[in-house]
Write a protein that binds this ligand. Structure first.
Ligand code: FE2
Length: 422
């Protein structure tokens, strides 16, 4: 069971955790952004106040590489550290997870080639965005010789999480929107995943409830909204920790790499097309529990979103995307070709409706990214050219209808946002 501390400076909860675990010498894994946070002051004075030594490790980049992790393991050993604390977003979490995991393994061999030996080194994480839910998952991703390596073990899950809602106050609004939609997609995709369980569904349901409850206050930077969204992202992380993600995430990575679209933004772009498509294609269900089960799940999602039908829930999700004024990149024919062949088939197996290449191509085109689908579907409505007419949205849920056309302007994003994992 993961312990959650909700505290601000002076972080008495963290004092308690360090004392309870008899920590004498901690490794602090943090990105450069941590320097401007109040938690930085806490660690600056920790040795003087308590005698606990602090060794900082920040020598890693977004999309962290194996060599950085190995260097972090060396630091952990050389300094005789006895605990790991991660402060940051997905990259800091990944590095900290792997350092903890590898710290009791054979340093003379490649850690990625060894059998993981679980350990109980105290591990606490403090997320600085509300979205990835990485602090709740058993997954870490690092890169080795340019290839993505997924590391999975229960030892990746921090024993404790510290939520300080004040860290979200200085985030750019776009980053807040994108990370919130990442959490929303985690909850949705986990809900409809073929791997869902009653427990994962209860996490998804609660995450969706929290996101919708706290969205406005979160975007307005109110403390209760920021705190609610941190919890929502964590619970959505617990959901995908059980199920993993599905087609929304499988389809979104190439959008990010081609256009620089933030991870959560790209995932939402995909999910808003997948959701209505799934409603119309439950007959192609590949979940062993059957099409009726899937249809019932879609109704459960609608209920969690306060909507009467799956279509209303899909409309509401779409309306939220538009309300956030998230943009849609425009793809060239060659980029569409890259997109439709980019999707990881392994991850598609988690998706409850069969997705072949023509379907994926169709969904990318429906995303409003321009052009005509190369393989038109018989039931496909003629794509609406961008800017001609906004899609109808918000039907049935009392969500106000959007008034903004989607802009094609691409945004530059902080590089750290491109390293989301799940
Ligand atoms: Fe994600």
């Amino acid at each position: 069971m993961q312990t959650i501390f909700r505290c601000h400076s002076p972080y008495t909860g963290l004092d308690t955790w360090l004392t309870d675990h008899n920590v004498k010498n901690l490794l602090l894994v943090c990105g450069a952004s941590a320097a401007g946070l109040k938690i930085n002051e806490y660690f600056n004075t920790l040795t003087e106040r308590t005698g606990i030594k602090v060794t900082r490790f920040s020598d890693f980049s977004p999309n962290p590489v194996y060599e950085s992790v190995a260097a972090g393991v060396d630091v952990f050993r050389d300094r005789s550290c006895d605990a790991v604390i991660a402060v940051g977003g997905g990259s800091a979490m990944d590095v900290a997870k792997c350092i903890r995991l590898f710290s009791n393994m054979d340093s003379s061999r490649n850690y990625l080639e060894q059998v993981i030996v679980p350990n109980s080194i105290p591990f606490l994480a403090m997320p600085t965005t509300a979205g990835t839910g990485s602090e709740a998952t058993r997954f870490a991703v690092i890169y080795y010789k340019g290839a993505k390596q997924s590391v999975t073990d229960l030892s990746c899950i921090p024993d404790a999480v510290l939520f300080d809602s004040t860290v979200l106050e200085t985030l750019p609004l776009y980053q807040k929107k994108a990370t919130m939609m990442d959490a929303f997609c985690h909850a949705l995709e986990s809900f409809w995943s073929v791997n869902s369980t009653p427990e994962s569904k209860s996490f998804s349901r609660e995450a969706i409830r929290l996101i919708l409850t706290h969205m406005d206050a979160y975007l307005a930077n109110k403390p209760e909204g920021n705190e609610g969204m941190l919890l929502a992202a964590n619970i959505a992380g617990k959901a995908i920790n059980i199920t993993q993600t599905t087609a929304g995430h499988a389809m979104c990575y190439k959008i990010t790499s081609l256009f620089g679209t933030a991870h959560g933004h790209a995932a939402a772009l995909c999910c808003r097309e997948l959701f209505p498509w799934m409603i119309k294609n439950t007959g192609s269900c590949i979940d062993p529990r059957g099409a009726d089960y899937l249809l019932n799940t879609l109704h459960e999602i609608a209920d969690a979103m306060g909507c009467g039908t799956p279509q209303e829930a899909s409309d509401r999700f779409n309306a939220i995307f538009d309300e956030l004024e998230l943009t849609v990149p425009e793809a060239s024919p060659s980029q569409f070709a890259e997109l439709r062949t980019s999707v990881n088939p392994q991850r598609l197996r988690n998706h409850p409706v069969l997705l072949d290449e023509p379907s994926i191509d169709l969904l990318y085109h429906r995303g409003g990214m321009g052009g005509e689908a190369l393989t038109p579907h018989k039931k496909q409505a003629k794509p609406v050219p961008y800017g001609v007419s906004p899609r109808k949205s918000g039907a049935g849920c009392g969500f106000r209808k959007h008034t903004n056309f989607r802009s094609r302007a691409l945004r530059s994003i902080p590089s750290g946002m491109q390293s989301e994992l799940l």
